[in-house]
Ligand binder design. Structure first.
Ligand code: AMP
Length: 385
């Protein structure tokens, strides 16, 4: 799906290694970020070099842009990627230590059309993937200088309200005061609603850039919410930032997001080069689809054996059901009949076939049980809904 969508927009597929020199992420993601401070899987190779399993994709794309002299090609350079990423986080629903991301990056253009194009591409990808209740939050962070001045202003303001802020926000007040907007502590949130906003401090050029991005999105009818508190986790963002969330995902609601990083290539040793991109989590996208949110197991059948001599029949029956596109499974752990019914429940089977003296079909929702005749009779019964 990504290949079709991004290929049509003339993005080239690229692959970078799953590990890089640690320094690339320390510089390219930012020393003050959670990712660099807490979440990297870092190890030494035999020569004593520090390597890190990639926690995100943008830094490596910028490294490869510089290393392969892509700034000498016709600009902008548009690429997309897909693959495994690693973060040392506490695993929970929708948050894993290894997860897959699809991402797209455009280097070498500061045109607002590029920001809008990327946002639209991610929106289309989420729509085509059938993600439910998708919302888009959008903001602008201005330039690094604006952000520095604003960060100092915000830090002073937070210090004045320090007593009312949560402990984790206070702990990060010096290093990364912007993260206070991300707090889920209600009292901190109330304070932050009153805090000065970066959007009100943008330089004229950046405000005009943001207005242009918005008008392009308005033009194609893409809905979004301007959220002045939107802070992306990585340090290098400038100007446009955005995040897509799904209302069906619970605490880990972010499907994907990104933004502009106009200073990053230079930070990594390349020529001054504007850049913008996004990454989306594949597992989160799957969890946000109708199928991912539903416990309805599309007619799943469990074949239970009550008489051991019918085991071969059970095996054939499962293969036959699967051939007829019906998801089916049998017991492969020597369970008693009671244990098999329990297993059928665990597998969310809608039906259990019980091979005993006769062949019976049990509706797992109601517990009703009735005899069925032959394989055709079984097929007809399980297809009746
Ligand atoms: P980020 O660069 O942190 O915004 O990550 C981009 C997307 O990757 C997020 O919106 C998530 O969908 C996904 N993602 C990030 N971290 C994880 C994780 N630990 N487990 C699963 N998905 C993740």
């Amino acid at each position: 799906m990504s290949r079709d969508l991004l290929g049509r927009a003339l993005y080239d597929y690229v692959e970078t290694p799953v590990f890089e020199h640690t320094e690339l992420f320390a510089r390219g993601v930012g020393e003050s970020t959670d990712v660099v401070q807490k979440e990297m899987f870092t190890f030494e190779d035999k020569a004593g070099r520090s390597l890190t399993l990639r926690p995100e994709g943008t830094a490596a794309i910028c490294r490869s842009y510089i290393e392969h002299g892509m700034h000498k090609r016709a600009q902008p350079v548009k690429v997309w990627y897909w693959g495994p990423f690693f973060r040392h986080e506490a695993p929970q629903a929708g948050r894993f230590r290894q997860f897959a991301q699809v991402g797209a990056e455009v280097l070498g253009s500061d045109e607002p059309t590029v920001d809008a194009e990327l946002i639209l591409l991610l929106s289309q990808l989420l729509e085509q993937s059938d993600c439910q209740e998708v919302r888009l939050r959008l903001s602008s962070l201005g330039t690094a200088e604006t952000r520095r001045a604003y960060t100092a202003e915000l830090r002073d303001w937070l210090r004045e309200h320090e007593a009312d802020l949560s402990e984790s926000v206070r702990a990060r007040l010096e290093l990364n005061p912007l993260r206070a907007f991300d707090s889920d502590d209600p009292q901190t949130q109330a304070i932050m609603a009153e805090a000065p906003k970066l959007l009100d401090r943008l330089a004229d050029e950046d405000a005009a850039h943001f207005a242009e991005v918005r008008s392009l999105l308005d033009d194609v009818g893409l809905e979004y919410e301007v959220d002045p508190g939107l802070v992306r986790g990585l340090d290098y963002y400038t100007r446009t930032v955005f995040e897509f969330e799904s209302g069906v995902l619970g605490a880990q609601a972010a499907l994907g997001g990104g933004g502009r990083y106009d200073g990053l290539v230079e930070v990594l040793g390349g020529p001054p080069t504007p850049g913008v991109g996004w990454a989306a989590g594949i597992e989160r996208m799957l969890l946000a689809t109708r199928q991912g949110t539903s416990r309805e197991s599309a007619g799943r059948v469990f074949v239970a054996v009550a008489k051991p001599e019918r085991r071969l029949e059970a095996f054939d029956m499962v293969l036959g059901l699967r051939d007829n596109e019906i998801p089916a499974e049998l017991d492969e752990a020597g369970r008693s009949l009671k244990g098999q019914l329990k297993q059928a429940d665990r597998l969310d089977a809608l039906w259990t076939v019980i091979l005993g003296e006769e062949t019976e079909l049990r509706d797992m929702r109601t517990g009703d049980q009735r005899a069925v005749e032959g394989f055709e009779g079984l097929l007809e019964a399980v297809r009746s809904e």
